[in-house]
Structure formats: C-alpha cells, structure tokens
Design a protein around this ligand. Structure first.
Ligand code: PEP
Ligand code: MG
Length: 844
C-alpha cells in the first residue's frame, strides 16, 4: 500500500446516484478505455471539484474537464453522454484551464433540463485517466451521494513508470482531422485503445505541443480541433504499424460528423461573403469566429491576469457582510467615475455592470451564504455562480454571453475585497492581444490605441467584448479554442478577422502582400467615409437607399455619423430583452422618440417585437416548445398576446413627428396576419386621433411570404427581406446550429430565387423591396440584390459608408445580368465565385 501522502480522496462532484462504469451507456466509458472510475446520475446542475487541483483541460464545448491533483492523479469528469455535440449549449464553465481550484469549488454549471431533453443520458463518469500511476483502493458505488461525500480513494502505484521520455520518432505522418468536434474524450480513448497492443512509443504533435497517444488527457490537452493538421510520430519495433493505425483511425472520421464545430456567427456581423469555406483555410492558420471584422498584422502578446486569492476562512458574518458591501460600493463608484469619460458603447456596458452590482437578488444571495458561514469572497462567488446558472439555463445565446459580464463583475468585486488595484496592463504597441476570454472591463481599462487586434480562446460573437472591439475598430476573433495558447509572445501574426482565421508566423512575402492590402483597404475606407454623406445612387443614377439596422440609440448615432439615410430595421426586442417586466407604452415611446430624434427626420422603420424562437423575453410567459424556430415567434407572439401588440403600436403612434416611424411586421407567413395588425393599427389611429397615414410593411422571412408576395404586396406599404431567417427556413438549416453553419448562406440560389420572386411581385404592386438581413451588409451580395430589384439596403451601421461607396460603382443593367447568372448557378459557392469576379471588375 502506498504511503498516505500519496493517497487522494475524491469527493462527489455532483449530487445524485453513484453507479459502476459498467452501467454507462457508452463503451468508451463502460469498457474503461479512458480509465477506471465511477459514474453519477446527477440530480444537481453544478459540477464541483472532487479535490484540490489544477484545471488541466476544459473542453471548448464546456461538457468535460480534467483536474490534476497535487499528487499527480488526473481526474476526467464528463457531463452526460454525446454532449460534445451540443457545442457548449447548456454548459457554463465557471473556471478556466490552468486555474487552481479547491475541493467543492463550482466548476461547470449546466442546464439539467435542457440536457435531459437533448442528450441520450446525463450520467457523468468520473474517471482516473492515469491508471498506470494511481489505482482506486476504495469506492462508493450504488449509493446516493451529495456533493462532498466520499466517492473514491486513490493510491499512487508503487510500480508507476517513471516519466516516460518520448522515443525518437522513427516514423511519422501528417493527417488532417475530419472529426467535427476534434479529438475529444471518445476519439482520444479510441486512439489509445487502437495501439494498446503495439510495442511502440506514439505521440500526436499539434504545433509545438505533443501528447502521448496512449494518454487521453494528454490528447485532450492538445485541444486538437476540426480541420487541424497534426503529425503522428512513433518509435519502437511496431512504430510504423502504430502510425498507420492511428492515421487510418483519424482519417476514418471515427463515425463522428464531419462538419465545422464552430459557433454560427451573428448574421450581420460576419458578412457571409467574407467567410472562407472551411476547406480553403490556409496552411498554418487557426480558425476563429469573427467578432469584429478587419485585417491586421501584429505580434502575439498574451494577457496574463494574476489570480485573486479568495479567503476560505470567514470572520464574523456581520464583518464579512460589511466587507462585501464596501467592495461593491468601491467598484460601483469606480465604474460611475469611468462612465463619465467613456464613449457611449463602453458606458452602456459599464451601466450593465452597475446594474449587476445593484441587483438585490445577487446581493441577497451573497449575504445568505455569508450568514451561513462563508467568507465575503466565497459568498459573492456562489451568488454569481447561481446567477450564471440562471442565464445559462435560459438557453438563449445572447443571454448566455452575459455570463462573461457576470464573471467580470465577480472579478472586480473579488479584487476590491482583496485590496488589489485595477492597474492597466501595459500592451506592447502593434500587438495582437491573445486571451482566454477577455472581459469587457479589461478591454475598457486598457490603452488600446497601439494594439492591432484581439484573439480569444473563448467568447461569442455577440459578447460585449465583441461589440466593444467593433466600436474600437479592432479586428477580433473569438472562440478560437486552446490552439492559441501555444503561440509564444512576440510571434508575428496576420489576423484576418473577416475571413475568420489567423496565420501564425507567416512568410515575409505574405506579410508584405498583406501590408499592401491593409493600405489599400484603409485608403478605400477613408474615401468611403469622406463621401459617406453623399446621396446613394448607382453610376447610372438609380436611387438605392442606404439604411442601417439599429438596436440602440448609440447605433442610431453611429449610423447617422456614417451617412445612413434612415433605419431599415429597429430591432425593438433588443431594447427590452434583458428586463423582467414588459415595457410600458410610455417607456417604449421614450426609446423610439430618442432614436427618431437621433435620426433627425430620416425614416425609422420600427419592427414589431420579434421574440420567441432564439429570442425569449423573460417577462412573457411562453410555453416550452419542442421546435421554437417553427413555433410561436415574431408576429405570432403579438397576435397571441394582443395587449403586447397594442401597447407597442400605441407607443409607435405616440412618436412625433407622425409618419417618421414606419411599422414593420416580422415573420409573416400569411395575409391574415398582416390584416390583423392593420385592423388594430387602424383602430388605434382613430382612438389616438392620428389622421396622417402611417406606413405598415412586412418582413419577408419565410418562404411562404416570398411565394405569396403578390398578395402581401397588394396590402403592405413595403416589403423588407430578412435574409437571415429566410435562409434558415428556405434551406432548413438552423441559423444557430454550429453543425450546419457552413451551409447557411443567403447567396444560395434557392434563397436568391425567393428574393427575385418577392421583388417581382412587389414591383407589380408598385411597392418597394428592401433587404434588412445580413446579405445587405455583404459586398458580394449587394450587386446581386440590386440586380434583382432591391432598392433599399439596411446594413450594419459601421458598414454604411462602404456599402454606399460600392453602390456608386455599380450600374443597374450590369447588376441585372450578374443577378441572372447568379439565379442560374448551382450552389452558394458558385454564386460566391461569380460575385467575387464581379466585385473585382467594379473595384475602384
Ligand atoms: C432576418 O431574419 O434577416 C432579420 C433581419 O431579422 P433577425 O435577424 O432579427 O431575426
Ligand atoms: Mg428575422
């Protein structure tokens, strides 16, 4: 028996029923391919640390984590079966790789109900993945456990091999990983299993890192993703066979999907035209998701943040409670001071952080934990963790991205508690900042003047950091995974945020040609901005209105500064998404009025609340739907809740001057919906004595609406095509599903034909057709849309000058010919190729 110092006690990381691995419905675990352990059928929704240790790996999908104890035992916890395919949905990691945690610390919050609906099993194996060094000497199985109960005792093996140096690689081969989710737990186990019987030292090499192919944890730590090219190296008598076996196994795809496992970009932020098809990723490039577009050259600089030590020992509860109140007050005061000097985007984000600090529920939860004996810091951490679990449980990507803001507020208060000053990090000029997940306060607190761009391992394209980066004009990629951890400081990089990749250590000639491209782009942008105020007409004098999509007053101000001629889509739900009570008519009117005034008389198309589907509103009770994208969303919500519809219509009718606001109905799929809204509008106009006409248009977002556009155009004042939804419904591809992200392309000829049908029908009825979906922000799409008959383009505010500059270079007859060719193309890729050639011809 090993001495007690090398014993490791693992406590239950979850409340639930502890069971033998044999009962896990997956051979990888049941046959102990990853190692021995115990599984828990969970009743709780937070995975806790079973011991003190360091987070060795945290899978990008948030469903699996490995801890290494001080003694060297490696413990893998894998929440549910087949959960890697959820691509992070339902999981909210509360720790980061490399973080030291103590027994009982919350590691991952997960939405147990959502997982129960989506995963084949919730059973969570807890595995010792280095059985050559540790064996299980005691275990508790077939019993109910609470978090913290003894689960297993491990003992270091006397016969453990000394740290094995990798043998000289006599054989090697490179392969490109076709597995949709990269080398995660199951493939790692299968690789180890396939070479178990061979006498060979085998390693997988990714960039500068190598991992023993027999160690699942070592392979997980490499973070090998889809599309990555890795090398298999082996030495020993059966080395050649080992290389061939592993290569064949990886290249077979191991029965996993072969799609890109990257989150879908927010339509409109990543113009699809810029996205490079997966197969065209250049050599040595690392993929990310576009959070802010742009092209930059810089040198890598990793942001290193000192950990704040949170006191475990608590003083008297009253003293601890006073500490937390003082810390909250310190942070609030600092944020309020900073807000006064910040621009509107940054101050809006700081206002959101102040709202968290003011949140009575958050404070009360912290106080409750402190009253129960926790220190101020622990109480605050637990309160934040509970709130994180609520946001994660919403299943709404936008809400889940607020988790980063909560962690930001958490860190600020913990640093205030520990008396750590918020000092700005000194950034080397021209650097590309690399971080695990940048927090808004970190970005706001930095001197970003000299930096070239941002890359984060985690984060999402609609996070506050993404919005801030776009506002600062910093190209940014998020969700790049662990691969960026290996880039040494000072390495030259080309950040191609438009195309969604970085090239690490590029060849000098590539740097030189990219530099030329950057200069040319800057010149084109400067001249587009200089001409932004000019009216938007094609070369042959046809008027194309260049409008902007807005979600806030700040957007309106930016749009006007950039020459927008109106707002083609006010996403009113964004004004009200993060509230817990329905907005009153007066509140709505105040918001719309402020935006109307910022637009200074330009038309303001107000879209009626488009909630439901991926945009739930907490204040509106809506039943859980099996398939919300096909359920009660858009105008269906308004018609099911007439009070909501009526309040909003009243609010719009109260904006002055009457007529500046036009009303747009989302997600229309039949004529009855338009008539129902028109009836309410007419009644309210009489009640509110609004004699002037108020335009009522529809969004064409369903194939049904496009196909009956003649009927709709006969009664609607205008038609505006929501290409984001129209694409997902026409192609039957969920716009938020990473597994089909590569195919959701509005330039698919089927979508173009629906747009063509809409424009033709609208023209017959003498109504105008606009586009307010992502295609209007895509330079490749603009000439085709104009050729199909679109006369209003509502794009992202920041892009308006460039869209206007492009319109000025086009002539309508040439666009018509080009559009006709696009309609006859066989695929979106073919259309993109045609569009690329066309755009080259019209370059200045
Ligand atoms: C669209 O669907 O194209 C659209 C503009 O609406 P949203 O993206 O807000 O659903
Ligand atoms: Mg839509």
């Amino acid at each position: 028996m090993a001495d007690p110092a090398s014993r490791v006690i693992l406590s239950a990381p979850l409340k639930g029923w502890a069971t033998r691995l044999d009962d896990v419905p997956d051979a990888v675990f049941a046959e102990r391919m990853l190692g021995d352990g115990i599984a828990i059928d969970p009743l709780g929704s937070v995975l806790h640390a079973p011991c003190d240790g360091m987070v060795l790996t945290l899978h990008a999908a948030g469903h699996a984590l490995t801890l290494r104890t001080r003694e060297g035992a490696e413990i893998l916890m894998h929440i549910g079966m087949d959960t890697v395919g959820l691509a992070g949905r339902g999981f909210s990691p509360l720790v980061r790789e490399g973080e030291q945690v103590t027994r009982g610390a919350p590691l991952i919050a997960f939405d147990i109900d959502a997982l129960a609906a989506r995963a084949p099993s919730l059973v969570t194996p807890i595995i010792v993945t280095n059985p050559d060094r540790f064996s299980i000497v005691e275990r508790c199985d077939e019993c109910a456990v609470n978090v913290g109960d003894m689960l297993m005792i491990l003992a270091a093996r006397d016969d453990a091999p000394a740290g094995s140096a990798s043998a000289f690689a006599e054989h090697s081969r490179s392969v490109t990983v076709p597995l949709a989710h990269g080398i995660h737990a199951r493939p790692a186990a299968r690789i180890g299993g396939a070479i178990k019987h061979l006498s060979a030292d085998v390693a997988l090499v990714s960039g500068e890192r190598r991992g023993d192919a027999r160690s699942a944890v070592a392979l997980l730590a490499l973070g090998i993703g889809y599309g990555e090219t890795i090398t298999i190296e082996a030495g020993g008598v059966e080395g050649a066979e080992a290389v061939a076996t592993v290569a064949a196994l990886i290249e077979s795809g191991m029965g996993e999907g072969v799609n890109a496992a990257i989150p879908a970009a927010r339509p409109g932020t990543q113009a699809p035209g810029f996205a490079m098809p997966i197969k065209m990723l250049p050599d040595g490039a690392l993929r990310g998701v576009t959070a802010a577009p742009g092209l930059a050259i810089g040198t890598a600089f990793r942001l290193r943040i000192a950990e704040v030590v949170v006191a475990d020992e608590a003083d008297d509860a009253l003293i601890e409670q006073r500490r937390i109140d003082d810390a909250i007050a310190t942070v609030s005061a600092r944020l309020s001071r900073r807000m006064e000097q910040a621009d509107s985007t940054a101050s809006g984000i700081m206002a959101a952080h102040l709202a968290f600090l003011d949140d009575p529920a958050l404070r009360e939860t912290a106080m409750r934990h402190i009253a129960a004996g926790e220190s101020a810091g622990r109480g605050w951490q637990l309160a934040i963790a509970a709130q994180v679990a609520v946001l994660t449980g919403s299943g709404n990507a936008r809400m889940m991205e607020r988790v980063a803001d909560l962690h930001d507020v958490e860190g600020q208060v913990l640093r205030a508690l520990a008396g750590v000053a918020e000092t700005a990090v000194a950034l080397p000029p021209g650097c590309i900042l690399i971080a695990d997940d940048l927090l808004p306060s970190q970005l706001v607190g930095m001197d970003t003047d000299g930096i070239a761009g941002l890359c984060t391992a985690r984060g999402g394209p609609t996070s506050h950091v993404a919005i801030l980066a776009a506002g600062l004009g910093l190209p940014a990629l998020v969700a790049m995974g662990a691969a960026i951890d290996t880039i040494p400081d000072g390495t030259p990089m080309i950040l191609h945020a438009d195309a969604g990749h970085v090239i690490v250590d590029p060849a000098p000639d590539l740097i030189a040609s990219t530099r030329k491209q950057i200069t040319a782009r800057a010149a084109a942008k400067a001249s587009a901005h200089a001409a932004a105020a000019q009216e938007s007409r094609t070369r042959d004098g046809i008027r194309i209105e260049a409008f902007a999509n807005l979600g806030s007053l700040a957007d309106a101000q930016l749009a006007v500064a950039n020459g927008a001629e109106g707002c083609g889509l006010l996403r009113t739900e964004f004004l009200f998404l993060e509230r817990d009570a329905a907005p009153t008519a007066a509140e709505q009117t105040a918001d719309y009025q402020a935006i109307a005034e910022a637009l200074a008389g330009r038309p303001l198309i107000v879209r009626l609340l488009d909630i439901g589907g991926d945009k739930p509103a907490p204040y509106l009770a809506m039943p859980v739907e099996e398939n919300p994208a096909l359920g009660v969303r858009g105008i269906r919500v308004g018609l099911a809740h007439p009070d909501v519809l009526e309040t909003q219509l009243r609010a719009i009718l109260a904006v002055r001057p009457i007529g500046q606001c036009r009303i747009m109905v989302p997600m229309v799929s039949d004529l009855g919906e338009l008539r129902a809204v028109r009836a309410v509008l007419d009644r309210l106009r009489i009640e509110m004595a609004v004699a002037e006409p108020v335009e009522l248009g529809i969004m064409v977002e369903t194939p049904a609406a496009a196909l009956i556009a003649d009927l709709l155009a006969a009664e609607a004042d205008f038609l505006s095509i929501g290409t984001n939804d129209l694409t997902q419904y026409a192609l039957a591809m969920d716009r938020g599903n990473p597994a089909v992200a590569g195919g959701v392309d509005g330039l698919h000829p089927a979508v173009l034909r629906l747009i063509a049908a809409t424009c033709t029908a609208a023209a017959v009825a003498q109504r105008w057709t606009g586009v307010c979906g992502g295609l209007a922000s895509d330079p490749l799409a603009v000439p085709i849309l104009i050729g199909l008959g679109v006369t209003e383009l509502s794009s992202t505010p920041a892009l308006v000058p460039e869209i206007k500059a492009l319109i000025r270079r086009l002539s309508v007859p040439a666009c018509r010919d080009h559009a006709a060719r696009a309609l006859a193309a066989g695929s979106a890729a073919e259309v993109r190729a045609l569009a690329g050639d066309f755009l080259e011809q019209v370059q200045p």
